[in-house]
Design a protein around this ligand. Structure first.
Ligand SMILES: [Zn+2]
Ligand SMILES: [Zn+2]
Length: 333
């Protein structure tokens, strides 16, 4: 599946399968990364600063997990949320008033038939990409937006984590022969429903399918391969923890600034020592303090520049690069 040909959720799932074939990364391996990225996304949602990339990484690892279990995410989503809520069988959802029972006079045995009929209609007549599904969910569950406005993202993030746990439970029961694959597919549909609802509320002007395509335009974001990823096991991008390479980069910038300004007093060497300690220990408390120390000293050096030190232009450019590097440390702020 070529990145430019992706037009549906199934295409995106196939693209992930081609890029990351079902090789020696087993169920637990893929589940671990899905958990990591969903966890980081939930943290960012709670801080009101989720990034598009965090959503795409979570979606991608969940698609990879679905590939591992041969669950078709598009089919599962349409089957589970076919323009109506599967519990109260209407849209907008009235579960809050019916206690998750049908809001219309429909007998239990007729519910699957109604859901099936609606799902078939979507398959025939409507688009099946992530964004369309995201918009359908907003119509079925407008209550999510009210809660988001009233109490923030807490309910959505806890639901996402709960559903991820349920995917694991359903999957291990399926893998040990105690549950059907349909039960696993249903859990995937629920998890994706919460995830796509969170996307819609975080990026109301965005388009999740376009963002997915953009993320993979240059191939695997770690090894850069377009056809098949050639990453070693556990090769990944550092996103949240202290990365010594990034600290060393800051150290270089800071050294460049001090020599540009022509200032190399004890305080400069102390900053360098602190940054070295941070990159060596990769400990967050040390890194936070070291980065803070570097920032304060950079501000002082900048003031010296303003007072007429030579090479003012270069020094200002380096100082800006330092602030940018500091802003990009995930543990800062
Ligand atoms: Zn409902
Ligand atoms: Zn790769």
């Amino acid at each position: 599946m070529k990145i430019s040909d992706i037009a549906s959720i199934s295409d995106a799932q196939k693209f992930i399968l081609d890029l990351y074939p079902n090789d020696n990364r087993d169920f637990s391996y893929v589940f671990g990364y899905a958990t990591r990225h969903l966890g980081y996304l939930c943290k960012s949602l709670c801080k009101n600063s989720p990034s598009v990339e965090e959503f795409i990484r979570s979606i991608s690892w969940l698609l990879a997990l679905a590939n591992k279990l041969e669950v078709d995410v598009e089919v599962s989503l349409i089957k589970r949320h076919p323009d109506i809520c599967p519990y109260c069988v209407v849209a907008p959802c009235k579960c809050r008033w019916t206690g998750k029972k049908p809001a219309i006079g429909i007998k239990a045995y007729k519910i699957p038939e109604e859901l099936f009929y609606r799902a078939e209609q979507i398959k025939r007549e409507k688009k099946a990409d992530f964004q369309s599904h995201c918009e359908r969910l907003a119509i079925i569950y407008p209550g999510n937006a009210y809660k988001w406005d009233a109490i923030g993202p807490w309910q959505l993030t806890s639901k996402m984590q709960e559903e991820l746990a349920e995917v694991h439970e359903a999957a291990t029961r399926y893998l040990s022969g105690r549950k059907s694959i349909d039960a696993v597919a249903e859990e995937f549909a629920d998890l994706f429903a919460w995830l796509l609802s969170a996307w819609g509320l975080s990026f109301p002007e965005g388009n999740v399918d376009d963002s997915f395509i953009e993320y993979y335009l240059a191939g695997c974001p770690v090894c850069g391969n377009n056809e098949n990823c050639e990453c070693e096991l556990f090769a990944d991008l550092s996103t949240q923890l202290v990365d010594s390479d990034k600290i060393k980069e800051l150290e270089k910038l800071f050294l460049a600034l001090s020599s540009e300004v022509g200032f190399d007093g004890d305080e400069v060497s102390e900053v360098l020592q602190s940054l070295e300690a941070a990159s060596k220990s990769q400990s967050e408390p040390v890194a936070r303090a070291a980065v803070d120390q570097a920032k304060a000293k950079t501000e002082e050096l900048e003031k010296l520049v303003e007072r007429g030190a030579k090479n003012a232009k270069n020094a200002t450019t380096i100082a800006q690069a330092i602030y940018k590097a500091i802003e990009n440390f995930p543990f800062v702020g």
